[in-house]
Design a protein around this ligand. Sequence first.
Ligand code: GMT
Length: 377
Amino acid sequence: MKKLKVGVICYPTVGGSGVVATELGLKMAERGHEMHFITSSRPFRIPDGQPNIHFHEVKIDGYAVFKYPPYDIALANRIARVIEEEGLDLLHVHYAVPHAISAALAKDMANSDIGVITTLHGTDVTILGHDPALKNTVRYGIDKSDLTTAVSESLRQDTLSLIEPQKEILTIYNFIDEEKYRPVDPGPLKSELGIREDEKVIIHISNFRSVKRISDIIDSFKLLRKETDSKLLLVGTGPEKLEMMEKAREEGLEGDIIFTGKRDDLPELLAISDVMFLLSEKEAFGLVLLEGFACGVPAIATNIGGIPEVVEDGKNGFLVELGDVKAAAEKAKRLLEDPIMHQSFRERAIETVCNKFNSSSIVLRYEELYYRVAGLE
Ligand code: GMT
């Protein structure tokens, strides 16, 4: 079968969508396809000189006349050039708004009938879809695409009911790099972070946006801390970080909550962790759950969005209702105090990644769609 030339448009450096787009690009490149990332900066997981990977930077000057530099138009212009210069077979865009819109404009500019796959990751639908001004734009992006995928069944259903697109939407789950995320030896990390060997570790990893409800995590940890010797690791950074540091101080938990900042050693941090907390109010999938599972860390997570498709209640974690910090603390205590249950959840978590979210099967699924959209079935 002919190897494909694919244009990939994503937010390269932040969030799960960038990770999924990059990992998928790397896996497709390993399969011999030529992957062209058209982005504002080099995706951070892609080293220089990686075979079959090309990077086309979108540059935009800050002309004084524009209050907001028109990135989406600059992106469309760059996509149009890459379509022509590289002879791309298809575009894979992550996020309907703005990327699917830029792709539609690029096709028009290049006078090309290139196929477009759009992958929805969540916030474009679950947040923008409620804004009447943007709902039609999201629908336009989907309907202009040849094929749209959603990262969970929940997101697919939300898109159908909120956006009412004309085009069909397929669910393709996210995956992670199983070679990176696996049980590893953390060395002396636990003591380096000032955690005693006998203390349990709760971990939360995110971009500290308000949807992540870190305040609930701190409240729940406060309850848990009264009963179980434990520390809370808050990994990452973002808009709510300072406020959450202040809250930890006010609650008298300064010594028990460790704000690590952004870290590259996530498998090691997960290796010293006993439970992951993800108490978000919106989550189309929750990629971080898979990262934790692959390293053998069960989760306590909210019963919202795509999370119940990842967390099987009572098997690889526990589901709690949004805002129920007491239930989260109780379930965590149960799990932490029962080593047999913890071991069985740990094994089930690793199995979940191998079976339901296996990267090889998911990559093949995308590849099949790439051939379909490129008209080469
Ligand atoms: O959740 C975020 O803040 C970042 C956002 C992103 O662009 O990566 O995450 C969305 O896409 C991820 C990858 O598909 C999903 O795992 C997240 O659940 C989704 N976030 C939301 O739906 C809030």
